[in-house]
Design a protein around this ligand. Structure first.
Ligand SMILES: Cc1cc2nc3c(=O)[nH]c(=O)nc-3n(C[C@H](O)[C@H](O)[C@H](O)COP(=O)(O)OP(=O)(O)OC[C@H]3O[C@@H](n4cnc5c(N)ncnc54)[C@H](O)[C@@H]3O)c2cc1C
Length: 433
């Protein structure tokens, strides 16, 4: 239905013009995404996932989450919900090149503009969609009603609909006058790729006093580190020697900051046994120590963390998706997955508009997308912000309660299954019922 549209992709990332050619021997990208089963289905349907599978990637079946107090831990297994995997970690450059290959395969009229959007003039008059393909370089009579985008290379484009997918500092959002609500966490994430002596097959996350550290499998003998800490600590850890950094990483994932939890911490197994019902596979798994990092396989990068949400996602001729609409804490690896959810929803709304003969830039149509996505995005943001705050408190009785929550999530099977389903991208909320 949408084949009649022509699409312009404007991105100032220089990799777009070079075609993002990936070679097997290239060093791993320090930027990775944990892609949920729901996003994998979307990318399969779009025709991009087969390209991800041709490059380095790692499906993972198991996950272990614990904290530094030693009060509790939770193990998750895809088998708990009769699935083959909990998610897949792919390098961002692999996701980008796979999506580009998929676009090149398609019948869409797509033009790439490796350039920066500098200004935008919105024309909010209604127009007929029947005879005009957008975007184009020259204004035609009907495009007199379209929005005009000006790029840093001096070119101009006219479009019926501008999709702002330009990240947390979205220029489209700013130029279209969308207001946002949010705050900066006084935390940075330091990310990098490390190597082990053998392959890692599990996703590990330990909550430390200043933020969580995650060790995510990437395929071959590589794992990615996403470590949240105070800005001062992150600046120090970015510049210390490789040897000192690896020592810090290995300590943070082992005995550093506090003891290992055991399944008998808090007598959790007994406390929750009455709620256990039909147990999950992973409830009896013992705590494991993550594999050691032996080498730094990429540069270290530092990102300031914030929460930001656009008060509205749609106005006439402009719509926001991905981080342009919502930026969240990376502690659960959900950011890009919310963006894929937005893309899926918007594509269906546009197809529906075309089927009905509507103007695809019409606000009433675009609001359908906003109504579908806003509740899902706000819910995820609230849950992750709650987690961030709960793990920022270091206070005896609260630490005990947090340990109890870990044990509940480990031993109470219906709760555990619903947490896995929600984190996999299913709509159901992780509550006990
Ligand atoms: C440390 C860290 C770890 C993360 N880990 C995960 C994870 O494991 N799983 C997960 O799901 N999410 C993760 N995220 C979140 C995820 O990276 C983001 O949600 C995701 O990248 C957002 O995608 P996006 O396309 O909306 O924006 P971006 O990835 O920011 O892309 C925006 C694009 O717009 C282009 N652009 C910007 N301005 C302009 C302009 N004026 N003109 C032209 N082009 C422009 C940029 O070049 C860029 O290509 C993590 C985030 C951080 C900070």
């Amino acid at each position: 239905m949408t084949k009649q549209l022509s699409v312009a992709i404007i991105d100032s990332n220089p990799a777009l013009s070079s075609g993002l050619c990936i070679k097997k021997e290239d060093p791993p990208d320090p930027r990775v995404s944990t892609v949920t089963p729901a996003s994998i289905s979307f990318l399969q349907e779009a025709g991009a996932w087969k390209y991800v599978e041709q490059n380095r990637h790692a499906y993972f079946k198991k996950m272990q989450v614990w904290d530094y107090t030693g009060f509790g831990y939770a193990r998750y297994d895809a088998g708990d919900v009769n699935k083959d995997f909990l998610g897949c970690v792919a390098e961002n450059k692999v996701l980008h090149s796979s999506l580009l290959s998929c676009i090149k395969d398609s019948d869409f009229k797509t033009t790439f503009y490796p350039s920066r959007l500098t200004s935008m003039t919105l024309n909010t008059n209604s127009m007929s969609v029947v005879e005009e393909n957008t975007p184009s370089k020259e204004p035609s009579p009907a495009q007199g009603h379209a929005s005009k985008l000006e790029l840093s290379d001096g070119s101009s484009i006219y479009a019926k609909l501008v999709v702002g997918a330009d990240g947390g500092k979205s220029r489209v959002r700013e130029l279209a006058g969308f207001k946002t609500t949010g705050w900066n966490y006084s935390q940075n994430a330091i990310i990098c790729t490390v190597e082990h002596t053998s392959a890692n097959h599990c996703a590990w996350q330990r909550f430390l006093p200043n933020g969580p550290i995650a060790l995510l499998p990437m395929g071959e003998n590589f794992s990615n580190i996403v470590w949240t800490m105070s800005p001062t600590e992150s600046n120090d850890r970015k510049s210390i020697t490789e040897e000192m950094f690896l020592k810090d990483v290995n300590s943070a994932l082992d005995y550093g900051y506090g003891p290992h939890p055991t399944s008998s911490s808090l007598g959790a197994r007994d406390i929750f046994s009455w709620l256990k019902m039909d147990g999950t596979l992973s409830a009896n798994e013992p705590f494991e120590i993550p594999p050691k990092a032996i080498r730094l396989a990429s540069e270290r990068m530092v990102f300031p963390l914030s929460l930001r949400h656009a008060n509205s996602y749609a106005t006439k001729r402009v719509v926001l998706i991905g981080d342009a609409a919502h930026t969240i804490h990376p502690l659960a690896g959900q950011g890009v997955n919310l963006g894929f959810g937005d893309a899926y929803s918007l594509s269906r709304v546009i197809a529906e508009g075309i089927a009905l003969g509507s103007d695809i830039g019409e606000v009433n149509l675009l609001k359908k997308y906003e109504q579908e996505r806003k509740p899902a995005n706000v819910t995820m943001m609230a849950i992750l912000d709650g987690f961030q705050k709960a793990y920022s408190i270091d206070f005896g009785p609260f630490n005990f309660l947090r340990g109890a929550a870990f044990s509940g999530a480990n031993f109470v099977s219906p709760l555990k299954r619903s947490i896995i389903s929600y984190a996999s991208g299913e709509r159901k909320l992780p509550i006990f019922f």
